[in-house]
Write a protein that binds this ligand. Structure first.
Ligand code: FAD
Length: 626
C-alpha cells in the first residue's frame, strides 16, 4: 500500500487548509495537503462577497471592538468569545498578508483595499474582489504554496520536500496510536488505490455538511467528512443544531435550486419584495435589533449614501432573520411564482454598475435561468449554506480534545455561535487556519517520539465493504431519503415531533446504509464513494437532529416552532456531541459555556446584554464595569 510520512497532514485544501499548511511549512514541518476534489476547487473558491476585517478603510470608525461586537450579536452571544476576539483582532493582518502574497483586492478612490457592506456588519468591512473574492483568496494561497515549493527546490533540490499536495484523494479514517493521532487513511478517487499517511498531527479543514440537505448551496464534496472523522477518532462536536440557511438561493430552474445568490446584491442596494410588491423586511425587525435598523424605506435608502445619519435597511439584518422572514412570506402565500420572493437590483442601480459590481451574479442568472438581473428581479429563497457547529477546539491553537488533532475553518465550531455573519468565514479561515498550523507544529515539536499508526487493516476493510456486498441497497436512494428528511423535518423551522420523526428515519437509514453496495470496481466509482460518504452524512445528521431536539429555544440558525423564544438559560449551554460508547451512534450532552472576560463584556451596553444574559451574568457584568 502506498505510504507516506509527514509531520503535519492537512485534510482539506480550502482557505483554512491552505493557510494551515503554509504555516506548518513555514515552521519547518514536512506537510501534506490532501483534498477530495481537484486542487483549487473548494468551497472557498465559491465565496463571493468578501472577507470581513475591521481595517477601517471605508469608515475609519471601524475597529476590532466593533467587529467583535457585531460577531457576538450575529451569533446571539453563543459564540466562543475568545475565538471572536482573536478573529476580530487578527483578521486585518491576515488580509494585508494576502495582499503581500499577491492578492489584488478592489480599491477605494484613494487606493486602499475597498470594503463593502454586508448583513450584520455595522460598517463597510468586507475586503473583496468583485463578487469573486474566494477565487482570489485561493489563487493567492496556492501561489504562496508554489512559492514555498520553489524555495524548497532551490534549497533541497525537490519542490515537494516540505509541502506536497495530494488531490482527488479522500480520507476515510484517522489513525491513532493509543489515544493520540498517528495519521490518516484514504483512497485515490481515480484508481481506488489505498493510501496511508503516517503523521503525529492532523489538521481537519474539510469544510461543511450541506449535502445532508436537498436544497443547498454546497457542492458534492460537502458530506461532513471532517466532522465525522473527528467524532470517530474520539473528539467532540459543538453547536451542531445551528445551521445557516442562506436567505437567497436560486429557486428556479429546479436543476440549480439552492445555488447561492450573494448577499452583496443586498449590500449593494438590492431589495426584497413579496408578490404584492411590498418591501416586507420592514415587518420582520426583531426587538433586539430595532434601534439599529431603518423603519422607513426612505431612511433605509438614504443609508447607502449617508451611513452616519441613517440606520441600515432591514434587508441587511443577519441571515437567520432574513431567511425566516422569506420563509414566512412564502408560507403566507405572498411568494414569487416559483416559490421564493423577489430580489431586485435592476430598479436600484444602473445596468453597467450591476455588471461591474456583480459580474458572477449577472452571468449566473443569464446562463442558468435566462434572467437578466439588470432588467428584472431574481427569485430567491432559503438554502442550506453553512454549519456553525463543528469540532470543539482550543481557540488559540485549534487543538481538539484528541492529542494531535486540530481543526480550522467551517469544520470547527464555536467562533460563529448560533449564526455566522457573512464575510466572517473567509477571515475565520485565515485567522484560525494559521493558528491551527502553528498549533500543530508546536505539538509536533513537543513530542518525545513519533506515534505508530495502527488500525490500517480495519480502515481498509471498512472502505472495501460496499464493494463486497453484491445486490446491496442503492446508496443514492439512501442519500436522497436522508436529504429529504433533513430538509423537511430538521430544516429552517423545527418542532419536537418532526425532529423525533427524523431521528427515527436516520436510525432506519443507518441500518440500510450497512447494506449499501455498489457494483463495479474501485476505478473511479462514484457509487462506491457515495456509499463511503453516507457513514459521515448519517453521523452528522444524527448530531444535528439530536442537538436540535434538545435545545428548547430559538436562536440564530435554530428555530423551534414549539419554543419560539430565545432563552438566557440556554445561552449558557453548549450541546456537545460525541461517539456513543457502544458504537451505536452519537450522544449529546449539555456543557456550560465559560463567562465572557470582563474587558470584553464591558464593550457592550448593559441595556443590550439584558436581552441575552441571565441575572447572574448581568451581576458579573456589573462587577466588571465597576
Ligand atoms: P472548504 O473551502 O469547503 O474546503 C474543504 C476542503 O476539504 C476541500 O478541499 C475538500 O475537497 C476537502 N475535503 C473534504 N472532505 C475531505 C476528505 N474526506 N478527504 C480529503 N479532503 C476532503 N464566506 C465568506 O466569508 N464570504 C463569502 O462571500 C462567502 N460566500 C460563499 C458562497 C458560496 C457559494 C458558499 C458555498 C460558501 C460561501 N461562504 C462565504 C462560506 C465559505 O466559503 C466557506 O465557509 C469556507 O470557504 C469554508 O472553507 P474551508 O477552508 O473550511 O473549507
Amino acid at each position: 500500500m502506498e505510504r507516506h510520512e509527514y509531520d503535519v497532514v492537512v485534510i482539506g485544501a480550502g482557505g483554512a487548509g491552505l493557510r494551515a499548511a503554509i504555516e506548518a511549512r513555514q515552521q519547518g514541518k514536512r506537510t501534506a495537503i490532501i483534498c477530495k476534489s481537484l486542487f483549487g476547487k473548494a468551497h472557498t473558491v465559491m465565496a463571493e462577497g468578501g472577507a470581513a476585517a475591521a481595517m477601517g478603510n471605508v469608515n475609519s470608525d471601524d475597529n476590532w471592538m466593533v467587529h467583535f461586537r457585531d460577531t457576538m450579536r450575529g451569533g446571539k452571544f453563543l459564540n466562543n468569545w475568545r475565538m471572536a476576539e482573536l478573529h476580530a483582532k487578527e483578521a486585518p493582518d491576515r488580509v494585508w498578508e494576502l495582499e503581500e502574497w499577491g492578492a489584488l483586492f478592489d480599491r477605494t478612490k484613494d487606493g486602499k483595499i475597498s470594503q463593502r457592506n454586508f448583513g450584520g456588519h455595522e460598517y463597510p468591512r468586507l475586503a473583496h474582489v468583485g463578487d469573486r473574492t474566494g477565487l482570489e483568496l485561493i489563487r493567492t494561497l496556492q501561489q504562496r504554496v508554489v512559492a514555498l515549493q520553489q524555495e524548497d527546490e532551490r534549497e533541497h533540490g525537490d519542490p515537494e520536500a516540505f509541502i506536497k499536495v495530494f488531490a482527488e484523494c479522500t480520507i476515510t479514517r484517522l489513525l491513532k496510536d493509543g489515544d493520540a493521532i498517528a495519521g490518516a487513511f484514504g483512497y485515490w478517487r481515480e484508481t481506488g488505490d489505498f493510501i496511508v499517511f503516517d503523521a503525529p498531527a492532523v489538521v481537519l479543514a474539510t469544510g461543511g455538511i450541506g449535502k445532508s440537505y436537498v436544497v443547498t448551496s454546497n457542492s458534492w464534496e460537502y458530506t461532513g467528512d471532517g466532522h465525522a472523522l473527528a467524532v470517530l477518532a474520539g473528539a467532540k462536536l459543538i453547536n451542531m443544531e445551528f445551521i445557516q440557511f442562506h436567505p437567497t438561493g436560486m429557486v428556479w430552474p429546479p436543476s440549480v435550486r439552492g445555488i447561492l445568490v450573494t448577499e452583496s446584491v443586498r449590500g449593494d442596494g438590492g431589495v426584497l419584495r413579496n408578490s404584492e410588491g411590498r418591501r416586507f423586511m420592514f415587518d420582520y425587525v426583531p426587538d433586539v435589533f430595532k434601534d439599529k435598523y431603518a423603519t422607513t424605506e426612505e431612511e433605509g435608502d438614504r443609508w447607502y449614501t449617508d451611513q452616519a445619519n441613517n440606520r441600515r435597511p432591514p434587508e441587511l439584518l443577519p441571515r437567520d432573520e432574513v431567511a425566516r422572514a422569506i420563509n414566512s412570506e412564502v408560507k403566507a402565500g405572498r411568494g414569487s411564482p416559483q416559490g421564493g420572493v423577489f430580489l431586485d437590483v435592476s430598479s436600484r442601480l444602473p445596468a453597467a454598475e450591476i455588471i461591474k459590481r456583480l459580474p458572477s451574479m449577472h452571468h449566473q442568472f443569464k446562463e442558468l435561468a435566462d434572467v437578466d438581473i439588470t432588467r428584472e428581479p431574481m427569485q430567491v429563497g432559503p438554502t442550506c449554506h453553512y454549519i456553525m457547529g463543528g469540532v470543539e477546539v482550543d481557540a488559540d491553537t485549534g487543538a481538539a480534545s484528541v492529542p494531535g488533532l486540530f481543526a480550522a475553518g467551517e469544520v470547527s465550531g464555536g467562533m460563529h455561535g448560533s449564526n455566522r455573519l457573512g464575510g466572517n468565514s473567509l477571515s475565520d479561515l485565515l485567522v484560525f487556519g494559521r493558528r491551527a498550523g502553528l498549533g500543530a507544529s508546536a505539538y509536533v515539536d513537543g513530542l518525545p517520539a513519533r506515534p505508530a499508526a495502527a488500525e490500517v487493516a480495519d480502515a481498509k476493510a471498512e472502505a472495501l465493504a460496499p464493494l463486497e456486498r453484491t445486490g446491496g441497497e442503492n446508496p443514492y436512494e439512501v442519500h436522497h431519503e436522508l436529504q429529504r428528511t433533513m430538509n423537511d423535518l430538521v430544516g429552517i423551522i423545527r418542532k419536537a415531533g418532526e425532529i423525533s420523526e427524523a431521528l427515527q428515519v436516520v436510525e432506519k437509514l443507518k441500518e440500510r446504509s450497512k447494506n449499501t453496495g455498489s457494483s463495479g470496481s474501485r476505478v473511479y466509482n462514484p457509487g462506491w464513494h457515495l456509499a463511503i460518504d453516507l457513514r459521515n452524512m448519517l453521523l452528522v445528521s444524527e448530531c444535528v437532529a439530536r442537538a436540535a431536539l434538545l435545545r428548547e429555544e430559538s436562536r440564530g440558525g435554530h428555530t423551534r416552532d414549539d419554543f419560539p423564544v430565545m432563552s438566557a438559560d440556554w445561552r449558557q449551554k453548549l450541546l456537545v456531541c460525541a461517539a456513543a460508547p457502544d458504537g451505536s451512534g452519537v450522544t449529546v450532552e449539555e456543557k456550560v459555556q465559560p463567562s465572557m472576560r470582563g474587558d470584553l463584556i464591558s464593550l457592550f451596553e448593559r441595556s443590550e446584554l439584558e436581552k441575552y444574559l441571565t441575572e447572574d451574568e448581568l451581576a458579573e457584568y456589573d462587577a466588571a464595569v465597576k
